[in-house]
Ligand binder design. Structure first.
Ligand SMILES: *Cc1c(COP(=O)(O)O)cnc(C)c1O
Length: 391
C-alpha cells in the first residue's frame, strides 16, 4: 500500500514550493573550506559553521585515522553498555578543562544533547523558559520533556524577569534556556544579566554554546569564558563539535550531580550508540589546535571587523552582530533565494535562510566568516554584494 492519497503529501509540497520555501540539499564534491566545489565549480564558501577552519584540517584527519587503527570504526554500543572507550573519556576530560567545568557528558549530536537535558531534568510539573529565537532543538526539548514551555522576547532580560516573576510559587523546577550566540542572527544577549536574573528567581540556566565554543574567549572556552560565567552562574552548559571544532557530536558540562543525573535519566544519552571513538579522538585534536593556535580567533576577529566596515562603506546594513555570523536581512523568501542564486552565479556560496528556520518575513542571507578565509575573500564578497544589492 503506498502512502494514502488522503495524506495529501503532493499538495502540501506544492504549497511549500508556491511560497518560495521548498528546500533541497546542495551536493558538494569537496570537503569544507574557504572554497568548496559544487557542479564542478569552485565557490567561495560563506555558509559553513567551520569558523576556525578545522573541519578539513590535516592534523584532525590524522588523529581520526590513527584512532581507527586502534579502535576500528563503530563504537558498537551505547556508552552505558560497552561503547565508552578511553578516547571518549579523554575527550570528556579535555572538554572539562576547556570549559572550566567539573564534569562532561558526551552526546552524539547537539540536537540530542538539548533533548536529553530537558528530558533528564524536567517533567510535566516543571517549566522551561526560552528565548523566542532559540534553536529548534531547544524548543523541541520542551515537548519531549512534557515541561511547560514559556517564551520570552529575544534577548529581553526585562521580559525574562517578568516571566519568571509570573510563575506559580511552588516546588517546580524552572530551567531558563538560551543560545549564547544566536544561530541565525549572530547576536549575543546580555548573558551576565540573564544569569543574574535567573539566579535571583531561584531558577537554573542552560546555555547552548554551539556557536561560541572555540570561537569566543581568549582560550576558545566559549561564551562562558568570554563573559566570566562559572559553573554556578551557568550550571548547564551545552556545546557542539560540528561547528568551530570541525567534527561532529556534542556535550553537556556541569556539576557532578548534573552529569550523574543525566547519565541515569537522559534518554538521548542512554538509548543511542556512542559516537565513533575516532571522532572523539579527532575532536580532542581539534581542541588542542584551537587552544594552541589562538591566531585562528584573532584572524577571524580581524575578518569580521573588515567585513563589517567594508559593508558599511557600500551603504549596506547588516543585522547587529559582532560574531562570525553576519546576516543580511532580505525579508521575502523568494527575494532571498534570488540574491543567493545571483551570488552563486558569481562564484559565492551564501545560502538563504527562510521560514520556518527564521520568523515569517525575515528571510536572510546568513553570511558566515571563517579563519580559513583571507582578506581578499572578504573583499570579493563585499564587491559582489555592492554590485547586486542596492538599498
Ligand atoms: C547546530 C546547533 C545545534 C545542533 O547541534 P548538532 O550537533 O548539529 O545536532 C544545537 N543548538 C544550536 C544553537 C545549533 O546551532
Amino acid at each position: 500500500m503506498p502512502l494514502p492519497a488522503s495524506w495529501g503529501l503532493e499538495k502540501a509540497l506544492a504549497e511549500i514550493a508556491a511560497i518560495g520555501q521548498f528546500r533541497r540539499p546542495r551536493l558538494l564534491e569537496s570537503g569544507q573550506g574557504a572554497r568548496v566545489t559544487i557542479d564542478g565549480r569552485t565557490l567561495l564558501n560563506f555558509s559553513s559553521n567551520d569558523y576556525l577552519g578545522l573541519a578539513a584540517h590535516p592534523a584532525v584527519g590524522r588523529a581520526l585515522k590513527a584512532a581507527v587503527d586502534t579502535y576500528g570504526v563503530g563504537s558498537g554500543a551505547s556508552h552505558l553498555v560497552c561503547g565508552h572507550t578511553s578516547a571518549h573519556e579523554a575527550l570528556e576530560q579535555a572538554l572539562a578543562r576547556l570549559t572550566g567545568r567539573s564534569r562532561v557528558l558526551l552526546y552524539s549530536t547537539g540536537y540530542m544533547a538539548n533533548l536529553g537535558v530537558a528530558s533528564g531534568l524536567l517533567g510535566r510539573q516543571d517549566v522551561l523558559l526560552q528565548d523566542k529565537l532559540n534553536h529548534a532543538s531547544l524548543l523541541d526539548a520542551a515537548s519531549i520533556s512534557g515541561a511547560k514551555l514559556v517564551r520570552y522576547r529575544h534577548g529581553d532580560v526585562r521580559h525574562l524577569h517578568d516571566r519568571l516573576a509570573a510563575l506559580q510559587p511552588s516546588s517546580q523546577r524552572v530551567l531558563v534556556s538560551s543560545d549564547s550566540v544566536f544561530s541565525m542572527d549572530g547576536d549575543v544577549p546580555d548573558l551576565r544579566m540573564i544569569a543574574a536574573c535567573t539566579a535571583q528567581a531561584g531558577a537554573a540556566l542552560q546555555l547552548d554554546d554551539a556557536h561560541g565554543l572555540g570561537v569566543l574567549g581568549a582560550k576558545g572556552g566559549g561564551a562562558c569564558e568570554a563573559h566570566a560565567l562559572d559553573e554556578d552562574a551557568v550550571p548547564v552548559l551545552m556545546g557542539t563539535f560540528g561547528k568551530a571544532l570541525g567534527t561532529a557530536g556534542a556535550f553537556v558540562a556541569g556539576s557532578e550531580a548534573l552529569i550523574e543525573t543525566l547519565t541515569q535519566k537522559s534518554r538521548t544519552f542512554i538509548y543511542t550508540t556512542a559516537m565513533p571513538p575516532a571522532v572523539a579522538a579527532a575532536t580532542c585534536r581539534s581542541i588542542e589546535l584551537l587552544t594552541e593556535e589562538s591566531w585562528r580567533r584573532t584572524h577571524l576577529q580581524q575578518l569580521i571587523s573588515r567585513f563589517k566596515s567594508k559593508v558599511a562603506e557600500i551603504g549596506l546594513k547588516l543585522m547587529p552582530s559582532d560574531t562570525a555570523i553576519q546576516p543580511l536581512l532580505v525579508g521575502d523568501s523568494s527575494a532571498a533565494v534570488d540574491l543567493s542564486n545571483a551570488l552563486l552565479a558569481r562564484g559565492f556560496l551564501v545560502v538563504a535562510i527562510r521560514p520556518p528556520t527564521v520568523p515569517a518575513g525575515e528571510a536572510r542571507l546568513r553570511i558566515t566568516l571563517s579563519a580559513a578565509h583571507d582578506e581578499n575573500d572578504i573583499d570579493q564578497l563585499v564587491h559582489a554584494l555592492a554590485a547586486l544589492v542596492t538599498q
